[in-house]
Design a binder for this molecule. Structure first.
Ligand code: FMN
Length: 131
């Protein structure tokens, strides 16, 4: 996996903006989207610390290729800040890349890219061992 694929979900545009700053291949969650290759997910947190329904439904169909997750949120929600990353991480046993507020800062983007690189390197090693 040399060229990572980012799948993102966004309701009010913050994650759209975060994703637009990333120079990776990207696709937005949509009702019929099927992903047949490894990908990283960026979503947001809704309700009281909940995973958006659109993200949940996407993951029900596509969780087998999920490599890691990041979530947007708002620190006003205290303990529930970006909790959808925690829920998805424990439900599907994947690492959290980062949690960020709204559309994220420059530092959030840098951290996300660092974590993606780490996962890409790890997966390339796994691929070599499997060959
Ligand atoms: C109804 C509602 C519930 C929310 N609940 C949470 C929450 O529990 N935890 C959190 O960190 N952020 C929460 N947020 C903030 C959103 O996660 C945040 O605004 C995010 O950037 C939205 O992403 P989007 O603009 O890409 O849809 C909530 C926002 C709304 C409108």
């Amino acid at each position: 996996m040399k060229n990572p694929l980012i799948i993102y979900d966004s309701l009010t545009g913050n994650v759209d903006r975060f994703a637009s700053r990333l120079e990776y291949r990207k696709m937005k969650v949509s009702p019929e989207l099927e992903i047949k290759q490894p990908y990283l997910l960026v979503t947001y947190t809704t309700g009281f610390g909940e995973v958006p329904r659109s993200t949940q439904e996407f993951l029900q169909r596509n969780h087998s290729n999920l490599l890691g997750v990041a979530s947007s949120g708002n620190k006003n929600w205290g303990q529930l800040f970006a909790k959808s990353a925690d829920i998805i991480s424990s439900q599907y046993n994947v690492p959290i890349l980062c949690k960020f507020e709204l559309s994220g800062t420059y530092n959030d983007t840098e951290r996300f890219i660092r974590e993606v690189n780490r996962i890409v390197q790890f997966n390339s090693k796994v691929d070599r061992i499997k060959q």
